[in-house]
Write a protein that binds this ligand. Structure first.
Ligand SMILES: O=c1[nH]c(=O)c2[nH]c(=O)[nH]c2[nH]1
Length: 327
């Protein structure tokens, strides 16, 4: 049967919200340090993930059509499988764990021909504590963060005797950045439907998900190759580009962020964005004393943008003489 025929029917099952907390995973080292970010690695004293696994295979058909459970691996067992394999994982990244666990699923269960694993890292942050030497980051107590988090999707497929990687993507999700001044939005279509005034300065609040793929997926899966790009570095590039540029729109801002990511990390093939516009509503333009204003949350509905870029976009940008070197 061809891949198309196999894929023509939707059929999968799995488990979501598998929360994995592993202490003392291997520290992440060998990071390429970039000017935009202080990130140099991670201790991984606490390594947390929320995982979703979905498996597929033609042999599961009778479980749907005849109630035949003889080949069904209970999703409860999938949860246990993931948790127990977290004890055996010797790497330092979410991507690496997903690849490791999904390959083990295929090796263990012949009825599975494809496994897709999706994870959101649970970020634990250092917290400073008092000590005789002053305030130091605790190596025992961590802060559960509700800020942005790293994410990854890994898909592997059985191909005859081999297990092949069919998809890998890394992400930083739910990044929320506000720039108090220095963003405009003007020059857009004005017609009978337009009520939005043009602005040269708005308090631009954006929600951002950024995804990236490596030219060689091994660079993102194997942290010993010294080419791993961490979500914190991508986050810091986004913040730096936002800080530096007077943006005329979110569309152009994410393009500039993409260029800077591709420039810093030539090992990446593609970067893509999903952004949402949460620009604050201005209530008081100028407060009584000083330069401040008063804002409130915007009301729905919210605008959004989606954009993907490759190294070809960076090459095209750098070949444009007037702009070369400015990112
Ligand atoms: O950066 C923006 N891009 C848009 O396309 C848009 N549309 C809108 O109403 N506000 C904005 N802001």
């Amino acid at each position: 049967m061809t891949r198309d025929q196999l894929d023509s029917r939707t059929m999968y099952y799995g488990k979501g919200d598998v929360w994995v907390f592993r202490s003392y995973a291997k520290p992440l080292t060998g990071i390429t340090v970039i000017p935009e970010s202080p990130f140099r690695g991670r201790e991984n004293v606490l390594f947390g993930m929320n995982i979703k696994v979905a498996v597929k295979g033609e042999d599961f058909l009778t479980s749907f059509t005849e109630g035949d459970n003889s080949l069904v691996v209970a999703t409860d067992s999938m949860k246990n499988f993931i948790l127990r394999h977290a004890a055996h994982y010797t790497g330092a990244t979410v991507e690496g764990f997903l690849e490791y666990a999904s390959r083990r699923f295929i090796e263990t269960y012949p009825q599975m021909t494809g496994v897709r694993m999706n994870a959101t890292q649970v970020p634990f942050e250092n917290i400073q504590v008092g000590s005789p030497d002053g305030n130091i980051p605790s190596n025992l107590v961590f802060k559960y963060s509700h800020n942005e988090s790293a994410g990854a999707i890994v898909e592997v497929e059985r191909c005859g005797e081999n297990i092949e990687l069919s998809y890998a993507q890394s992400s930083v999700k739910n990044l929320r950045l506000i720039k108090v001044k220095g963003s405009g939005f003007a020059g857009f279509v004005r017609d009978e439907y337009t009520t939005l005034p043009e602005t040269s300065d708005r308090p631009l609040f954006i929600f951002l998900d950024i995804h990236w793929k490596y030219k060689n997926p091994a660079d993102g899966l194997d942290d010993t190759r010294d080419s791993y790009v961490d979500a914190e570095q991508i986050r810091d590039i986004a913040a730096t580009v936002f800080h530096e540029n007077n943006s005329p729109s979110i569309q152009y801002l994410i393009y500039l962020i993409g260029l800077r990511i591709l420039k810093n990390f030539s090992q990446l093939e593609e970067v893509s964005f999903e952004s949402s516009n949460r620009t604050w509503e201005t209530i008081v333009e100028t407060v009584d004393e000083g330069p401040g204003s008063v804002f409130t949350e915007p009301r729905p509905p919210y605008g959004f943008q989606g954009f993907s870029m490759t190294q070809e976009d960076l090459a095209a940008y750098e070949n444009k003489p007037q702009e070369a070197g400015s990112i």
